[in-house]
Design a protein around this ligand. Structure first.
Ligand code: NAD
Ligand code: GLY
Length: 360
């Protein structure tokens, strides 16, 4: 088992445990559950796979209640979170209760939001079950739900007590979901860790085949990179924005194609390629780096071309209403070099359009 800490001062720092067979061991849970009540939140896909194990592990020590939500991004909304509040109130959970998010980013974001708001804030633990949730969404305390007018528009910063990453659960993860998580792993190499990026090129095959030791290393390095950024800028006043590398282009793809048709990680993969292409057109990154990334994305079974039915103008129109527009200027995360990301408003619209064209 590997352990690292998200450093947020004495009271709010928390551990991330990474390894196999963690979900059968009470000792990863007990120090982080402070009252006598627990509410496990999961969904209809994950419950038959992993709920019993956690329930059995905790029910001799605590009052354990369970909420099983419908599966899907379309349910990541306020009405679904209300099911968590209903369970907590019906079963008389008090302010010392601990919520446990057992699932991917959708379950994690909703459970975290319920924890942030139930009785003005209670504790929660993340057990991420997708690779994307293990390396990204379970760490850093962004919680929330979608609104019909915008993704992740309702939310709160609320850090977990602990993140318990059991790599065994990835055995049941669909292949496309695995690749989507790998996109976020590659992102950390690109934005803040050039040696890790080199290592990923060497190790992408064992990662894709879930070789335990290599997988743990990839998750550990990813979480360490994310934890460092979150510790430096918890509420995204500045540097945390670099975690959105490739996301502005990616969100445009997701929005144009309809959410769910392209997975978030798939859209981010193509978005990163466009952003790297643009970084090269700005004269910052060597042009060879673009083909290098393309090859790594290919090895990860991730898409490397923008949707054919999406025009450059469609990209630009959607990006213009993205959260990252400030005073009418498009703010983008680009690379000065591999491992060195910046947030910039310098990229001219013609170069942005050329970069999209280049990834067709
Ligand atoms: P997801 O939660 O929808 O999970 C993907 C699918 O895999 C679902 O059908 C799920 O039921 C299934 N699944 C999960 N674990 C499984 C397992 N072990 N075996 C079999 N099936 C399994 O998707 P995701 O990619 O984990 O998360 C995406 C969400 O995360 C989005 O809503 C996004 O906005 C959010 N997100 C949040 C942050 C953050 O910082 N809070 C960061 C990135 C993404
Ligand atoms: N996924 C972006 C962030 O956590 O800030």
């Amino acid at each position: 088992m590997q352990k690292l800490t998200v450093e947020l001062g004495d009271k709010r720092s928390y551990p991330i445990y990474i390894g196999d067979n963690l979900l059968s061991n009470q000792s990863y849970f007990v120090p982080h559950i402070h009252g006598h009540q627990v509410c496990i939140v999961t969904n209809t896909t994950i419950a038959p796979l992993y709920l019993d194990a956690i329930h059995t592990l905790l029910s001799d020590k605590y009052q354990v209640d369970v909420v099983i939500l419908p599966d899907g991004e379309q349910y990541k909304q306020v009405d679904t979170v209300a099911q968590i509040y209903d369970c907590l109130l019906k079963n008389k959970h008090n302010r010392t209760t601990t919520l446990i998010a057992l699932g991917g980013g959708v379950v994690g974001d909703m459970t975290g939001f319920a924890a942030a708001t139930y009785q003005r804030g209670v504790n929660f633990i993340q057990i991420p079950t997708t690779l994307l949730a293990q390396v990204d969404s379970s760490v850093g305390g962004k919680t929330g739900v979608n609104h019909p007018l915008g993704k992740n528009m309702i939310g709160a910063f609320h850090q977990p007590q602990a993140v318990i990453i059991d790599t065994d659960v990835l055995q049941t993860l669909p292949a496309r979901e695995l690749s989507a998580g790998v996109a976020e792993i590659i992102k950390y190499g690109l934005i803040s860790d050039a040696p890790f990026y080199d290592w990923l090129e060497e190790n992408i095959a064992p990662i894709m085949s879930l070789k335990q030791s290599v997988l743990v290393e990839a998750i550990l390095k990813s979480c360490q990179n994310k934890a460092d950024v979150v510790s430096a800028d918890e509420r995204e006043g500045g540097i945390r924005a670099i975690l959105n590398f490739g996301h502005t282009f990616g969100h445009a793809i997701e929005a144009a194609q309809g959410y769910g048709n392209w997975l978030h990680g798939e859209a981010v993969a193509t978005g990163m390629l466009i952003a790297l292409n643009l970084s090269s057109r700005m004269g910052w990154v060597d042009n060879n780096e673009v083909s290098r990334l393309k090859s790594l994305l290919n090895s990860s079974n991730l898409p490397v071309t923008a949707p054919t039915d999406m025009s450059d103008q469609q990209f630009l129109d959607i990006m213009a209403v993205d959260k990252k527009v400030l005073r009418g200027k498009l703010r983008l995360v680009l690379l000065k070099s591999i491992g060195d990301a910046i947030v910039t408003e310098e990229a001219p619209v013609e170069k942005i359009a050329e970069s999209i064209q280049a990834c067709r």
